[in-house]
Design a binder for this molecule. Structure first.
Ligand SMILES: N=CN[C@@H](CCC(=O)O)C(=O)O
Ligand SMILES: [Zn+2]
Length: 398
């Protein structure tokens, strides 16, 4: 239709752009206050991209001759960029409620892991599940995330460990990427735990010799698109050397490095990530001062996960120090059978209360900086002309 557009959002009390000058991330002073327009409207074109944002009367004049598939009166409401969840484990079968009871009785995450529970428990259940079962529960979980305002989510494999089940999980993620109205950044996390009967080094060899070449082939054929490579770099899981080998091999086939580091023990994972050119490192409860400084200068983003520290009663990651030193701080829900949280608003709230982030810092960390962690801040994470029309309207004046 000539002169036609998909959507007109009219006369919002506020349009929270987050940033307005094509910034790929926000740090330091830029986090003191975010870009906000009062009494503004926004137009999304038929291609799904933002065509105009501005004062309501100016947009009304500019588009007076145009038609829209849908118009929404946003009077008294607030428009925000869709939230970006930079870290989730959303494809799995079974549940681990008995482990929650064990933790309440005093067991640590690693006690349970070393006894064969935790990730390995979920691996058993996920191996037994059909692709259809996994897709069905995954779809429901994504629905819950969307209802809480998430429009772009990072989704990891990692409850297969064997090539067969890792590929089953990645096919499930690929299907959702094609069929559902939510943006997905897919992560291969075959090094989430060391499979029974193997050492970390043997598992790394298997990944490098068998898993990654197959992923490369499937990517080339257009069957499965994977964006990131992840490893759980932790004492008693993957040591620094195995982590280095896996991440470097993933990078060699074109994947962005985005991994779990310095969570339960100081491992110098941040230093390793910077050395390898990682886009993002998650957790970082135990990161060193040198690791923080290195991440800041390398523009390697820190994906902080307030639900994990809360659930496992860990010490909080040092968000304030990271922010003060100019690290690109992002947030993720860490949704997984151990941390059952779909909601980025809840994650922002925990980041403010428990990690002492300000509200603008938390919102930037859940939008533009989380998009940066996924290498997608050129298209998502703020409301700017030319970016995807991923947005949420909240029934609140500010
Ligand atoms: N720490 C490693 N992985 C997940 C937990 C996964 C699980 O326990 O199933 C995390 O990020 O918290
Ligand atoms: Zn995780």
């Amino acid at each position: 239709m000539a002169g036609g557009h998909r959507l007109l959002l009219e006369n919002a009390r506020q349009v929270v752009l987050v940033c307005a000058r094509g910034e790929r991330f926000l740090t330091r002073d830029a986090l003191r206050s975010l870009e906000v327009l009062e009494g503004a409207s926004l137009v999304v074109g038929t291609d799904g991209f933002i065509k105009a944002i501005g004062p309501a009367d100016a947009i009304q004049k500019q588009f007076s001759e145009e038609t829209f598939e849908e118009r929404i009166d946003c009077s008294g409401k607030c428009i925000l960029p869709g939230l970006v969840d930079a870290h989730t484990h959303p494809v799995w079968a079974g549940e681990r409620v008995h482990e929650f009871a064990m933790k309440l009785a005093g067991a640590t995450y690693m006690d349970i892991h070393q006894a064969g529970g935790g990730i390995n428990f979920t691996v058993e259940r996920t191996r037994q599940a059909s692709e259809e079962e996994l897709y069905s529960s995954f779809q429901q979980r994504l629905g819950c995330m969307m209802r809480a305002g998430t429009t772009l989510v990072e989704c990891k494999s990692g409850y297969g460990l064997s090539l067969e089940t890792e590929l089953k999980m990645l096919r499930v993620i690929e299907r959702a990427r094609r069929e559902l109205d939510i943006g997905i950044s897919a992560t291969y996390c075959g090094a989430h735990s060391v499979p029974k009967g193997k050492t970390a080094s043997e598992a790394a060899d298997d990944i490098i010799k068998n898993h990654l070449p197959r992923l490369k082939e499937l990517g080339r054929n257009g069957e499965i698109h994977v964006d990131n490579i992840d490893v759980f770099c932790e004492k008693g899981v993957f040591d620094l050397d195995s982590t280095r080998r896996i991440l470097q091999s993933g990078k060699d086939i074109g994947l962005q490095i985005n991994f779990h580091g310095d969570e339960l023990h100081p491992m110098k994972a941040a230093e390793l990530g910077v050395e390898l050119g990682a886009q993002a490192i998650s957790h970082l409860e135990e990161v060193s001062d040198e690791g923080i400084a290195a991440m800041a200068s390398a523009r390697c983003s820190a994906v902080l996960l307030p639900t994990t520290a809360y659930m496992l009663r860990l010490k909080q990651p040092r968000a304030r120090k990271m922010l003060d030193e100019g690290v690109i701080v992002a947030l993720g829900s860490d949704f997984n059978p151990n941390a059952y949280c779909f909601s980025m608003p809840m994650v922002m709230h925990l980041a403010c209360v428990n990690m002492r982030m300000s509200m603008p810092e938390a919102l930037a960390a859940a939008t533009i900086n989380a998009a940066y962690a996924l290498g997608k801040s050129h298209t998502q994470g703020s409301l700017e002309v030319g970016k995807q029309g991923d947005l949420i309207i909240i029934n609140s004046p500010r």
